[in-house]
Design a protein around this ligand. Structure first.
Ligand SMILES: Cc1cc2nc3c(=O)[nH]c(=O)nc-3n(C[C@H](O)[C@H](O)[C@H](O)COP(=O)(O)OP(=O)(O)OC[C@H]3O[C@@H](n4cnc5c(N)ncnc54)[C@H](O)[C@@H]3O)c2cc1C
Ligand code: SF4
Length: 519
């Protein structure tokens, strides 16, 4: 902890691990002569879910780099390190301790990224009788107030409608009142797979070798969280604003062009393909989303990237990212409890080791544990899909996703997991469940080529567990989805199965569940 004369402090400005933006509203009116910044590394944040080493390391490294930056600018700082013997282990206790010592008149914080953390801060402030001012988070392009107005003005929440409103409101990719190119969405051009030949040479994303600060963190995480899953040998994430900008420029220069067409494709040994790998930098607030959107739009306007790729990338950030944040704050805390499909199985143990004979799951989980990253389709249509078809309790699925990815912060992770991937919110995030058989994975990847199962078979010893469970999922929820026009085709196909085949699928699905439960 910095022990420069910190008392008396007028305001204690709280900076959380995912708020590493020196231009945030927390610093409005900051007076270095009388105000102090408070930051704390606490074990509770790595333990309330069994967080992987890459996830812990990226937060601590980015926090320590931010601390160095504040120090260099002469800002007074109370920074509690994880390995400080005085560390009280949780935000609440740490904050109470700081308030007792520094006796600030007011605490200031930008709205946290997690409802749970906001409650901890409110409770700590309440217990010490000190005012806590929660300021809006200007990192996002849509304020909570704007989102609430959007909800009030529409019968149903639909991402596409929200996205169009965001495009109109910001002028991004607009020609006057019309979308650039005449269409709002180029998804029809963005569903390519690589075919037998594979992707060929894909430009590797910019890697950042750990500097002294990061190396210290990696050693600390390895020692302190020895029994946590995940490895640190591949840690190469951007941990400063400068590095985040370099990562963005590298993406736009080398991968944006093919981002759109191959957005949904997967390939063994290619964890990133044409994705940006910018989510952690964005969520830690090392990178301004306006900048990411602006640089991509400029590449299109200058003829360096095609519209289908640029629009696809912009939609992820201006559309999905803003939308899930709106949904999270609009529906919490009740949202986290939802379980519309009544799923109640435990998460299979192999999610924490990758040890399974299903090749797609083995590849995606091992990559996740090694690097803290998997791209969207790996999350949605491999790990998420299997949990959905199996019938895993969505709260368990949520805890896994929150623990394993370097970009995981609850405001973005929860709606994606509980809503989009598990359909546990009954259709707030998605109009139908993302359910598919192993044939989808075969079409979009080469995982099945090296697998002992056959994605085309739903019955028999070689039947792909995804395919068996897909038909079982449709059978189990046939009535529920009967009225959903977007499920009509899938349910029509189910209707072609006779009673014997249905019975055999149910029996085979029960075997798969028994085997998975023992894994
Ligand atoms: C089950 C599940 C859990 C997820 N958990 C997280 C999470 O904890 N944190 C997280 O940032 N994203 C999460 N996502 C969304 C998405 O998978 C990641 O943002 C993306 O894979 C990150 O890789 P990238 O930076 O290469 O993204 P790209 O494919 O290059 O997309 C560009 C950017 O768009 C944003 N974006 C893309 N898709 C989404 C989305 N569905 N929701 C919100 N933002 C999006 C991200 O900021 C991303 O960096 C989750 C998705 C699923 C299906
Ligand atoms: S056959 Fe099934 S389990 Fe094997 S890789 Fe393909 S989808 Fe996955």
């Amino acid at each position: 902890m910095d022990d420069q004369a910190l008392t008396p402090a007028r305001h204690l400005v709280l900076v959380l691990g995912d708020q590493l933006d020196a231009k945030s509203r927390a610093f409005d009116g900051f007076d270095p002569a009388v105000d102090v910044v408070w930051m704390a590394e606490v074990a509770e944040e790595a333990e309330h879910v069994w967080t992987t080493k890459p996830h812990i390391a990226i937060f601590l490294s980015a926090m320590r780099h931010f601390r160095e930056d504040l120090r260099a600018r002469g800002i007074r700082l109370r920074y509690r390190c994880l390995d400080d013997p005085q560390n009280r282990g949780g935000f609440g206790a740490e904050l109470c301790g700081a308030v007792d010592e520094l006796r600030p008149r007011k605490l200031i914080v930008v709205q946290p990224g997690e409802w749970r953390v906001q409650q901890i801060l409110l409770d700590a402030a309440g217990s010490r009788g000190v005012e806590l001012e929660i300021r809006p988070d200007d990192h996002f392009l849509c304020s909570r107030q704007q989102f609430a107005e959007h909800v009030a003005g529409h019968k149903r929440l639909v991402m596409g409608t929200f996205y169009r409103a965001m495009r109109r409101g910001t002028g991004v990719l607009m020609d006057g009142k019309k979308p650039v190119g005449g269409k709002w969405n180029y998804d029809a051009e963005n569903r390519k797979s690589f075919g037998k030949k594979g992707p060929g040479r894909v430009p590797a994303p910019r890697a950042f070798a750990p500097d002294a600060v990061t190396r210290e963190v990696l050693a600390l995480v390895d020692e302190r969280f020895t029994d946590h899953p995940g490895g640190l040998a591949h840690f190469d994430w951007p941990v400063t604003p400068q590095q985040a900008t370099e990562a963005l420029e590298d993406f736009v220069r080398n991968r944006l062009e093919e981002f759109g067409p191959y957005e949904d494709a997967m390939w063994t040994g290619q964890p990133t393909l044409y994705h940006s790998r910018l989510s952690a930098a964005l969520n830690l607030k090392l990178l301004d989303p306006r900048r990411a959107i602006g640089v991509a739009e400029e590449a299109y306007r200058q003829g360096r990237a095609p519209l289908n790729s640029v629009e696809g990338f912009v939609r992820q950030i201006l559309g999905w990212r803003e939308y899930v944040r709106g949904v999270y704050w609009h529906t919490m805390p009740g949202y986290a409890e939802r379980n519309e499909l009544g799923a109640d199985l435990p998460l299979p143990g192999f999610y924490w080791t990758g040890e399974t004979d299903m090749h797609c799951l083995r590849a995606c989980i091992q990559q996740t544990l090694d690097t803290g990253f998997a791209h969207h389709i790996q999350r949605l249509m491999v790990t998420g899909l299997f949990a959905l078809l199996l019938g895993v309790d969505p709260a368990e699925v949520h805890r896994w996703y929150l623990a394993v990815y370097v970009d995981a912060v609850e405001w973005v992770e929860l709606p994606n997991t509980l809503g989009m991937s598990q359909f546990a919110d009954g259709g707030v995030m998605a109009t139908k469940p993302y359910c598919a058989s192993g044939n989808y994975i075969r079409r979009m990847s080469n995982y099945c080529d090296a697998c002992r199962y056959d994605p085309a078979r739903r019955l028999g010893e070689d039947a792909c567990p995804f395919t068996t469970l897909y038909w079982d999922f449709l059978m189990r929820h046939e009535e529920r989805f009967g009225g959903n026009p977007r499920m009509a085709l899938q349910l029509r196909n189910l209707g072609r199965l006779d009673e014997d085949e249905r019975w055999a699928i149910g029996r085979r699905a029960a075997q798969v569940r028994r085997r998975v439960a023992g894994s």
